[in-house]
Design a protein. Structure first.
Length: 213
């Protein structure tokens, strides 16, 4: 469909690096509009990343028959819990390569966790509610951020050096990456333009599905 193809403009602004603690601010736009839920990551090319002593706790809730958040970036090695905050049962699954799993019919209030140890994209679905879709972006680096409703993402805490800058979004046909060198006083890299594919989420009626579950 011609109308479903959009230009996706990634604008990198306000690069500011201190000696031991870099910070990169990225603005992700869809035409003139800010685009939320893009994951921006920096993977070092000259050094290896050692895993943190303790991984932060990450939660993806099932709430109002949706996955919340819709997109969740984590570092490989992170355990994610899936609490059911609805008063109906859910049956979540992933058919994605980095982690295939299934949590059959589980009830309100229940929470189960899954370890995501391999980098890649995991798409989450629910066997009961077809429209439920969520993504886990598993990264080989601790330096990443997700764009907010204003399209802004701030990656911070990385040392100066050479990085692979990657951008992923549910509506990108393929992930986009480029090599950049981030050093104190450096200008932001040139903006780049990406192609988006249609939003795959199924639209719900305002009151959910008639006679729903
Ligand atoms: Cu469900």
């Amino acid at each position: 469909m011609r109308s479903s193809r959009f230009i996706f403009l990634l604008v990198l602004t306000g690069l500011a690096l201190r000696a031991a603690d870099g910070s990169l601010t990225v603005r992700v736009q869809h035409g003139q509009l800010p685009l939320a839920d893009a994951v921006v990551s920096l993977t070092p090319l000259d050094t290896t990343v050692s895993p943190p002593a303790v991984f932060p706790e990450v939660t993806i809730a099932q709430e109002d028959k949706e996955f919340d958040p819709y997109v969740t970036p984590v570092m490989a090695g992170t355990r994610v819990s899936f609490p059911n905050r609805d008063n109906v049962q859910h049956h979540i699954y992933s058919l994605s390569k980095p982690k295939r799993f299934e949590k059959p019919l589980y009830a309100s209030g229940a929470s189960e966790s899954v370890l995501f140890d391999l980098p890649g994209i995991v798409a989450l679905g629910c066997n009961i509610h077809d429209w439920m879709i969520g993504y886990i972006v598993i990264l080989p680096t601790p330096w990443f951020a997700k764009s907010d409703t204003g399209g802004g993402a701030v990656v911070s805490g990385f040392p100066a050096g050479r990085y692979r800058l990657e951008v992923w979004h549910p509506r990108l046909a393929k992930p986009v990456s480029r090599e950049i060198t981030l050093a104190a006083g450096e200008n932001p890299p040139e903006p780049f333009t990406l192609q988006l594919k249609p939003d795959r989420r199924i639209r719900r009626t305002t009151d959910g599905r008639p006679g729903g579950y």
